[in-house]
Write a protein that binds this ligand. Structure first.
Ligand SMILES: C[S@@+](CC[C@H](N)C(=O)[O-])C[C@H]1O[C@@H](n2cnc3c(N)ncnc32)[C@H](O)[C@@H]1O
Length: 279
């Protein structure tokens, strides 16, 4: 059973996707859907303790435990709702037995002693924090010399869809502007390299991971569009409440998504970044 530590305070903070059960399930599906891309180059040979920053509902945690049977994980997240979901997911999981602790913590103020970990794993977290440099400085502080870090992050300017869908494009601009206003950075993927270097990491490498789907693989293209629709809709409630989009725009986008799902000419393109570095 994973050890769930930390004070269970009710913490709400600005976060573009929200913490609903629907969103929590989306995170789990997303992790499985992108697993082959995210983990393609990740190695944890000779690694014991891994810090997972922003572990969310434990979706990546479960994959990490399965793929790397020799590691132990300390997962931290600021949201008690996410941690409760992670705990539910992994409480009775045989892979988590004596290998996992979950703690409520701010990534920018880690409650760990210096040099506590052999590696760090961050996925879709730096895009949501107001000060990613502070988070990486903290991660650096708690890593042992020679440790490895993997950070996988969005690069939302890279989204392209054909045929041109005006409502969808307008909604996407509103989505990204909202995330920026909440203090996040939907374009952080492309900036990871120099941020890591500035924070004292060495051997910094960045890899662009591409999703490019067209008529050559209609089945996968359909799945990607489904996945992307869920991602877009995860922010609808907040965007409406913030008056960044209108109900008409959302309805128009939904109609476009329906049409696109049947269009043999559909082309989908997106890319994200994965940075690797050592200390
Ligand atoms: C998009 S989710 C990704 C979760 C997980 N890494 C995954 O890939 O499924 C981002 C997570 O970052 C967490 N988060 C946001 N700001 C944080 C902070 N300052 N400290 C710790 N966690 C934070 C959120 O609560 C959320 O669970």
């Amino acid at each position: 059973m994973p050890n769930l530590q930390g004070h269970q305070r009710s913490i709400e903070f600005p976060y573009v996707h929200g913490f609903s059960p629907v969103e929590q399930e989306r995170l789990a599906r997303q992790a499985r859907f992108l697993e082959h891309k995210v983990y393609q180059s990740i190695e944890f040979n000779n690694v014991d303790r891994v810090l997972e920053v922003g572990c969310g509902v434990g979706a990546q945690t479960e994959i990490l435990l399965r793929r790397y049977p020799d590691i132990r994980i300390a997962g931290i997240d600021f949201s008690e709702k996410q941690l409760a979901a992670a705990h539910d997911r992994l409480r009775d999981h045989p892979l988590a037995l004596k290998r996992l602790t979950l703690q409520q913590m701010d990534a920018g103020n880690l409650d760990f002693a210096p040099a506590s970990f052999d590696a760090a794993f961050l996925c879709w977290i730096l895009e949501h924090v107001p000060d990613p440099e502070q988070v990486l400085a903290e991660v650096r502080r708690v890593l042992k010399p020679g440790s490895r870090l993997y950070a996988t992050e969005v690069m939302n300017a890279a989204f392209f869809l054909s045929p041109y869908s005006p409502h969808l494009q307008q909604y996407w601009a509103a989505f990204n502007e909202h995330q920026l206003e909440l203090g996040g950075d939907p374009f952080i993927g492309a900036k990871l390299g120099h941020i890591l270097l500035r924070q004292g990491f060495r051997n910094v490498r960045t890899e662009v991971k591409t999703l490019h789907l067209d008529g050559r693989d209609p089945h996968l293209r359909h799945e990607v569009l489904q996945y992307w629709s869920e991602l877009l809709l995860s922010a609808t409630e907040q965007l409406l409440a913030a008056r960044r989009v209108t109900p008409d725009l959302v309805a128009g986008m939904k109609l476009e998504l329906q049409k696109l799902s049947k269009d043999p000419e559909l082309v989908f393109f997106y890319c994200f970044f994965q940075a690797t570095a050592t200390l």
